[in-house]
Ligand binder design. Structure first.
Ligand SMILES: *Cc1c(COP(=O)(O)O)cnc(C)c1O
Length: 395
């Protein structure tokens, strides 16, 4: 280990090939260790509870290395990995909710979570109540009942980038003994640290920025409280969730260049968003780092920068013209997900319509033609030129 008088900075802890390493003479990267059976040195070790791992599902060296890096990234005492981002959201709900309990969940959540709660958790008599992202911490906590065991937050929210006061909500929830679960995928663990702001469970779809190359599905949950750690450990083991060594290897490799990729992607998106704000074809650009965004002040307080996602509402007639626009794009791929090296675009209206209707006011995002952009690592000027030639559909 290098002799360092000052504690190494986060970027160094995430990229160093020597910090935290056990033995010195080996390849730079942790090997991909595949395995179901683990061999023991003698018979006495077979049923000795102190000997770990005893079987592949416990996780071998490749998974352990990823868990160590995620714990560094999230500022966690312990991190757990799961076979997808969605599994890393559903597992903590299985682990901490039981029949008769209630979960308050933000209406701008990642959409498949809604399906999980409204179909699967419902069968186990867990009630999901949706709340508007713009509610203040006091208003969110005012919705809690003695049955409320968990509050789910996501900021900026999926698709519409609504900003929540996560530190405020987590602090009040903690005082009432209610757990908070945060979907921290937006910032890749770099731009925001939920665990440093009283959040109990910080989840990430490592599929996105950590993986970074659109070739892996994997998720994580991180905690600082050892009691929560124990429950997560026992629940994952009981359900038999297991994450492959190959996926874990790719996620660990992604972490080494994460801070550079997220910065480039975020800078490009902001450049494109600012350019779009000046275009006559545009009604509104929805990007939390723009001063025009209603949650901008809280975003600036909590996040070190923005990621590569934003939405534009064009002066169009809804989905028909968004689709015509998408079909004219050449550099932006049409596809779901984000966080890879490649830029993507999708029309947002069908997903925005899929959210719960919580008020009679018109939805501010259901006007014009809504397109979500993800800026990858291409040159932003080329991405702007691509958008510019496709804007002709709105004339
Ligand atoms: C993609 C995504 C997930 C789910 O991740 P998968 O690995 O695709 O299951 C969860 N939350 C957010 C915010 C996401 O964007």
């Amino acid at each position: 280990m290098p002799d360092m008088t000052n504690a190494p900075k986060e970027t160094t802890r995430l990229t160093s090939a020597t910090l935290g390493r056990q033995n010195s003479r080996r390849a730079v990267n942790t090997a991909v260790e595949r395995g179901s059976t683990v061999l023991f040195e003698n018979a006495e070790m077979l049923y000795n509870d102190d000997v770990k791992p005893t079987y592949g599902t416990d996780g071998l060296s490749t998974q352990n290395e990823l868990c160590r890096l995620i714990a560094e990234l999230e500022g966690a005492q312990e991190a757990f990995i799961l076979p997808s981002g969605l599994a890393a959201l559903t597992l903590p709900m299985f682990a901490f909710l039981a029949a008769g309990d209630e979960i308050l969940i933000v209406n701008s959540c990642y959409r498949p979570v809604r399906r999980f709660l409204d179909t699967q958790m419902k069968r186990f008599d867990v009630i999901a109540r949706y709340y508007e992202p713009r509610l203040s911490p006091e208003e969110v906590l005012a919705l809690a009942t003695p049955h409320t065991k968990m509050i789910y937050v996501e900021s900026p929210g999926s698709l519409t980038f609504d900003i929540q006061d996560i530190p405020g909500i987590a602090k009040l929830a903690k005082a009432r003994g209610i757990l908070t679960l945060c979907d921290n995928t937006y910032g890749g663990g770099i731009l925001f640290k939920p665990l440093a702001h009283d959040v109990d469970l910080s989840m990430q779809a490592l599929t996105k920025y950590v993986g970074g190359h659109s070739d892996v599905l994997i998720g994580s949950v991180s905690v600082t409280d050892p009691k929560l750690s124990q429950v997560l450990h026992d629940t994952i083991k009981a359900w038999g969730f297991f994450t492959s060594a190959d996926e874990s290897y790719l996620a660990s490799r992604g972490i080494r260049s994460l801070h550079l990729r997220i910065k480039q992607s975020g800078d490009s998106a902001l450049k494109i968003a600012k350019w779009l704000e000046g275009r006559p074809e545009v009604l509104k650009v929805v990007h939390p780092a723009l001063e025009s965004h209603p949650g901008h002040d809280i975003f600036k307080r909590d996040f070190t920068a923005a990621n590569g996602l934003f939405m534009a509402l064009f002066k169009g007639d809804g989905d028909r013209q968004s689709q015509a626009f998408l079909n004219k794009l050449k550099l932006f791929g049409l596809g779901f997900s984000w966080g890879g090296y490649e830029s993507l675009a999708t029309n947002s209206e069908p997903q925005i319509r899929g959210r719960a209707r919580l008020s009679d006011e018109p939805d501010p995002y259901l006007q014009g033609s809504a397109v979500r952009f993800y800026a990858g690592l291409e040159d932003p000027d080329d991405l702007i030129a691509d958008i510019e030639q496709a804007l002709s559909v709105f004339q």
